[in-house]
Design a protein around this ligand. Structure first.
Ligand SMILES: C[S@@+](CC[C@H](N)C(=O)[O-])C[C@H]1O[C@@H](n2cnc3c(N)ncnc32)[C@H](O)[C@@H]1O
Length: 316
């Protein structure tokens, strides 16, 4: 997957620089009120995916009226999911579904659920369609649109059972943090669509993003951590990253060493650590979600020595 996904931090994303620099290339995303969390990438499909797309997109990719950008959702759009799936079933929304592995796994494990893959990347959705056809899954649909707009405009208040955000683009550079998908406003959006008792599942292989996610979600009044205090202290993956210098091989940019007892090279990732105490006393990390397949993307992170942080929050 990563070979198909150029790292969002490598090229300067459209708009992040050109909007302020001397190169005034128009940015089609700038009309939006918030920076988007993705960079549009090549949409070229392999022959198999193209054939599948041509045959199956009409049935499985939900038709979304657009505003200005091709990934936008026009104001006033409503979707009747009962009509789309032909039944009323618990809705699970996989945001930034990549090549669709988690969606497909969820659909196979829970034929009684309906799964919605939200992804802007056409080859990802085409890969999803290949699996949906191969496995004859009737309980999956794809939506090709910007996730915050999907949450606001296409999903009913209190109508969703689970929202999954697995390995969102990390946006390492400080000036790009505003592009991170998980933010307080994102949490508000998820809170609106989740039913009471519904669940938000998060996973990332970057400790700085994990700390940020935990900060945002622990601070949100509508959510409670499903595993408060779990894996704190020496058990915490965060403690291990801090002490073992596991993010030395960061691809995107060199990580800044911190002063004090932390090993040189431990990143800003380490946000929240004091130079005296690298131990994560708070914990709250969830066990690995068993419904999350090991994607090639996650395998690559593990091979690079990074750890994976799972978080689960329940809507009050
Ligand atoms: C790093 S990949 C992870 C894919 C998958 N969840 C996994 O675990 O392998 C992140 C994906 O999120 C998608 N994405 C990022 N921002 C998005 C947004 N605002 N709306 C929809 N998809 C988005 C990207 O196109 C990319 O495919």
């Amino acid at each position: 997957m990563s070979s198909e996904h150029p790292h969002p931090d490598s090229p300067d994303p459209a708009g992040a620089q050109h909007a302020h620099g001397h190169n005034h290339r128009p940015d089609p995303e700038l009309y939006r009120t918030e920076p988007v969390s993705f960079v549009r990438r090549g949409d070229r499909l392999t022959t198999r995916r193209q054939k599948t797309w041509d045959r199956a997109a009409g049935s499985y990719i939900v038709d979304v009226p657009r505003d200005r950008a091709t990934t936008s959702v026009a104001e006033g759009t409503r979707i009747d999911w009962t009509q789309v799936f032909g039944r009323r079933a618990p809705l699970v929304v996989d945001i930034g579904s990549g090549l669709g592995e988690s969606t497909v796994q969820g659909a196979m494990d829970h034929p009684d659920w309906d799964l919605i893959s939200v992804e802007v990347y056409t080859p990802g959705l085409a890969a999803l369609l290949v699996q949906v056809e191969d496995r004859e899954l009737g309980n999956v649909r794809g939506v090709q649109a910007n996730a915050p707009e999907v949450l606001d405009k296409l999903l009913p208040a209190g109508g969703v059972q689970e929202v999954w955000v697995f390995f969102p683009d990390p946006w390492h550079k400080t000036r790009h943090h505003k592009r991170r998908l998980v933010s307080p406003t994102f949490a508000d959006r998820v809170a609106r669509v989740l039913a009471s008792g519904g669940v938000l599942r998060l996973a990332t292989d970057w400790s700085s993003y994990a700390v940020h996610m935990r900060e945002v979600m622990d601070g949100h009044p509508e959510f409670e951590n499903a595993h408060p205090g779990r894996a704190a202290g020496p058990e915490s993956p965060l403690t291990r990253v801090r002490l073992e210098g596991r993010e030395l091989q960061v691809g995107a940019q060199p990580v800044a060493p911190r002063a004090g007892t932390l090993r040189a090279g431990v990143s800003e990732a380490t946000a929240g650590a004091t130079s005296q105490d690298p131990v994560d006393h708070r914990g709250g990390w969830a066990p690995r979600f068993e419904g999350r397949p090991l994607t090639s993307f996650e395998a690559k992170a593990l091979n690079a020595g990074r750890l994976v942080f799972d978080l689960t929050y329940r809507r009050r």
